[in-house]
Design a binder for this molecule. Structure first.
Ligand code: FAD
Length: 415
């Protein structure tokens, strides 16, 4: 089987490796450098979390939205001028979480992609010689008190019924394990099976290099056109392929439209700020309930990442969103020093989470051709869920029995 994999982010890289291991000949194509800033895979929170199965859209969300919009330093913002264009996506997004049973179903489908994500990444990294980039210390959610934890009972119930394991820590245990945290966090949930990546951008680049070492070709160029016969225009050149996988993250939507598949996908823009040499390292990545951001020590510095900004696809980044993360960081850690706020030590980044309105990715054959496949739309969980995505997709392509689990992610659900 000859396959062109369009997009060399985490999903394209994992898919290429899985295809090569199944005996396919693979060509990877990307408009940018794999793992570089244009990819969502570059600057994410680096969490490989089996606990990320809670959909963003849950019952009653719409009641909270006005509060989020009023709170200038809150975790969610919508640019008002973009609202009309976003309305159809927002409507589907809200409906996807309108009942408990829908949310439970989505959590089950996400769990299938995430439950063994740390094991899958550990195995993949080992095989690619990148095991120094995967760290398995668990992941810690912290709250001011038990009442704040209980206020998120739906999220933790979904995790419990899907087999996610955690330990509950009191203030003393939190301070013993993560002494850098401020004393205001008196309750914690440590997800013991969680893991993180020490540098997602380097990881993706390393995986693409591994794919090349296994025999893949790499073409640098943007795919500007595709048709159902498998003809592509790449940086002005016409190429044709027997089989194609579209794994271009947020860039996938345009290509699918050319094939007649209009996917309800928008970018949930997210931000990070990385502090080089912050003076301390977090022994465990932390998610504070007030800041709602992933705080992770990476090999490039301490990374704070989060925020959801809904805006026009082409809108310029609003770097105040990164600064909000920094403001939260200042009150989250007692260990934080004033020197951390030295602009020379900081880098900021904005990336586009490819988010499908129903909260699930598209892992599917296209409707236009039996030889064109989709692997995109992973929203908040693409780093963690990429290896399982690759396994499911390749099983589907090869007609293997274990592709049966793909139905939840099929493109037909929109038609
Ligand atoms: C702030 C933030 C925090 C996050 N935190 C986490 C986390 O902690 N854990 C987690 O699991 N997930 C997290 N995510 C989500 C995760 O980063 C994404 O779901 C994931 O990176 C998507 O991977 P991808 O390969 O589909 O897309 P991308 O990484 O965006 O890769 C797509 C690639 O396709 C290329 N491309 C696009 N269009 C074309 C074209 N027309 N022609 C050729 N090439 C093209 C691009 O250059 C790019 O390299 C976070 C995201 C953000 C923004």
């Amino acid at each position: 089987m000859n396959v062109m994999v369009l997009g060399a982010g985490i999903v394209g890289a994992c898919t290429a490796i899985e295809l090569l291991k199944s005996g396919a000949r693979v060509t990877l194509i990307d408009a940018g450098t794999p793992g570089a800033e244009q990819a969502a895979s570059h600057g994410n929170g680096a969490w490989l979390s089996p606990a990320s199965i809670v959909p963003m859209s849950t019952p009653g969300l719409w009641k909270k939205v006005p509060g989020y919009l009023m709170d200038k330093s809150g975790p969610l913002t919508i640019r008002l001028s973009s609202l009309p264009g976003l309305a159809p996506w927002l409507w589907r997004f809200t409906r996807a979480g309108s009942t408990l049973s829908k949310v439970e179903q989505t959590a089950r489908s996400l769990n299938r992609l995430l439950r063994d994500a740390p094991d899958r990444h550990a195995a993949l990294a080992r095989e690619a010689g990148l095991d120094h980039l995967i760290c398995r210390n668990g992941l810690l959610y912290v709250y001011p008190d038990k009442a704040a934890f209980d206020a998120e009972s739906l999220a933790w119930r979904l995790r419990r019924i899907n087999g996610v394991r955690w330990q509950e820590w009191d203030q003393q245990k939190i301070q013993e394990k993560v002494p850098q945290l401020a004393g205001k966090y008196r309750f914690g949930a440590w997800v013991e099976d969680g893991a993180h990546c020490l540098n997602p951008g380097d990881y993706v680049r390393g995986l693409v290099e591994h794919a090349i070492s296994l025999g893949a070709d790499f073409i640098s160029g943007s795919v500007s056109h595709i048709d159902a016969k498998g003809q592509l225009t790449v940086a002005g050149r016409i190429l044709s392929a027997d089989n194609i996988v579209i794994a271009c993250g947020i860039g996938s939507g345009e290509l699918c439209k050319m094939l007649g598949d209009d996917i309800p996908m928008r970018s949930e823009r997210g931000y990070n700020i990385v502090i080089k040499d912050p003076g301390f390292e977090l022994p465990i990545p932390v998610m504070p309930s007030d800041g709602r951001m992933a705080n992770t020590s990476t090999n490039a510095g301490l990374r704070f990442s989060g925020q959801v900004e809904l805006a026009d696809e082409a809108a310029a980044p609003d770097w105040r969103r990164s600064d909000i993360l920094l403001q939260h960081a200042a009150t989250t850690y007692s260990a934080i020093q004033d020197t951390v706020f030295d602009p020379a030590r900081m880098t900021r980044w904005m990336g586009k989470r490819p988010s499908v309105a129903d909260g699930l990715p598209v892992i599917s054959r296209s409707r236009a051709s039996a030889h064109i496949f989709y692997a995109f739309g992973h929203g908040h969980i693409g780093l963690a869920s990429a290896p399982k995505t690759a396994q499911l997709l390749v099983a589907l392509m090869m007609g293997k029995a274990d592709s049966a689990g793909c139905d939840d992610y099929a493109v037909e659900r929109f038609y």
